[in-house]
Design a protein around this ligand. Structure first.
Ligand code: UD1
Length: 419
């Protein structure tokens, strides 16, 4: 087990380069299966979820390598259709391979997905979309078997703009026969990134970045080289940390536009923020204790659910009251219970958290409940008057390349403890 020890009440100063985006690279890796040959993706973060996806691709007969941020995936000759159960349990995004495998191999075998324990996370929208395109699904003993005699274009309307279901349907559609229309799609920046990647491979997609995508199936795709965008959730985490700890921080390598809503909330807290689109920089100065604020998560461009727990940590140390409502996932409040160990005053009512800020928080020893919840505990610890220890940091390593390295580069007093 690994833990992080961190000293609170140290303001952050400096510039941090933001790693490549976790949520963008995982679907890109799945999409690589569609193109016979070697795909190269640059600026890839060395995080656990990427390593897990590499292992899955290797089990499917696609050798991968990752070094210095360059990931190669050799999909010349995939010979497997089964996603091993041990990886499915680790990472929900493994289900993103359903569309590409059905398209390339005509068959896929998987299990019900894992990932962070944040409420029921079914994959019914994925399955219904693929069924509409001509796939047939069977379930047996927790296993999902899928097959198709050839995917066909279809008109699909998602009941909810699911990120993963949109990505799966999109990857199935690019090589399907005829035209596919996807309506009420998720419009997260990571989906636009997938559209750009597929287009570079030869796919015909109209409506990139919008809630309606029209895809004209093509006969084949060619492998490509691609530079991955910066991770907006990682950037948002470090900016939120600066709101809690105070200081002056620049995050570099992420398009400020994709953080529009979190930046609006941080301004509401009292942060002074300057954005530079040309250099992809966001400069944040926080000279006082953050003021209470209101946040409601929702599909992009609304506030990202992945920053909800990190902002809860800021709210816990803010001046006055805050209100945080979660609408995307039904049980994403695991961090709230743990944060009370830092003295946070949080009351839950349905999907809303009411927070009465206090400063400083109390240092504590606590385990990361999940990926973003773990990052949130670090942010809470940064507003505590002493040294805290966060355990179970394997969760954090799923999505942050080295959160300690990045925070220390900004002046935090933190270190990894390998237990
Ligand atoms: C992706 C992100 C995750 C983020 C989430 C919401 C990746 C790798 N992960 O997850 O970090 O928190 O988007 O922005 O990109 N739902 C169903 N049936 C389905 C699919 C989804 O009911 O078939 C529900 C989910 O339970 C959830 C909501 O739809 O309540 C949104 O989920 P979805 O957008 O699919 O999230 P993921 O793609 O899993």
């Amino acid at each position: 087990m690994s833990a992080i020890q961190i000293q609170g009440m140290r303001p952050l100063f400096g510039t941090v380069e933001i790693q490549g985006s976790k949520n963008a690279v995982l679907p890109l890796m799945a999409a690589a299966v569609l193109a016979p040959g070697v795909t190269v993706i640059r600026h890839v973060p060395a995080i656990e979820d990427v390593i897990t996806m590499m292992k899955i691709l290797e089990a499917l007969g696609c050798p991968c390598s990752l070094g210095d941020g360059t990931l190669t995936i050799d999909a010349k000759d995939p010979d497997g259709i089964g996603i091993p159960e041990k990886y499915v349990g680790k990472m929900r995004s493994s289900c993103l391979l359903l569309g590409p495998l059905l398209s390339r191999m005509g068959e896929a075998v998987t299990y019900f997905p894992g990932g962070c324990v944040i409420g029921a996370r079914p994959i019914d929208f994925h399955i219904h979309a693929l069924e509409q395109m001509g796939a047939v699904f069977f379930e047996a003993g927790g296993m999902i078997l899928a097959g198709t005699g050839g995917l066909k274009g279809s008109e699909i309307r998602f009941p909810y703009p699911s990120v993963g279901a949109t990505e799966n349907a999109l990857m199935a559609a690019v090589l399907a026969e005829g035209t596919t229309v996807l309506d009420n799609c998720a419009a997260e920046p990571e989906i636009a990134e997938l559209c750009r990647f597929l287009t570079k491979m030869g796919a015909k997609i109209h409506g990139t970045g919008e809630k309606r995508l029209v895809i004209e199936g093509v006969k084949e795709l060619t492998p490509t080289e691609f530079f991955l965008t910066g991770d907006r959730i990682c950037a948002g985490t470090y900016l939120a940390a600066a709101c809690a700890a105070g200081g002056e921080v620049t995050v570099r390598g992420v398009d400020p536009w994709v953080l529009k809503e979190p930046l609006r909330v941080m301004r509401q807290m009292g942060a002074a923020i300057t954005t530079r689109e040309e250099t992809q920089e966001i400069l944040l100065t926080m000279e006082r204790r953050p003021a209470g604020f209101r946040v409601c998560t929702g599909p992009y461009p609304e506030f990202p659910t992945d920053l909800q727990s990190v902002f809860l940590a800021v709210a816990s140390a803010a001046e006055g009251r805050s209100r945080i409502t979660e609408t995307v996932f039904e049980a994403r409040f695991a961090a709230a219970a743990v944060m009370q160990r830092f003295g946070a005053r949080i009351r839950a009512e349905g999907r809303t958290l009411f927070v009465e800020g206090r400063y400083p928080l109390k240092p504590s020893i606590a385990d990361a409940p999940d990926l973003r919840g773990g990052a949130a505990l670090l942010v809470a610890a940064m507003a505590a008057d002493g040294r805290s220890m966060i355990g179970n940091c394997e969760h954090i390593a799923r999505g942050y390349e080295d959160i300690v390295r990045d925070l220390v580069s900004l002046g935090a007093e933190a270190e990894w403890i390998r237990i």
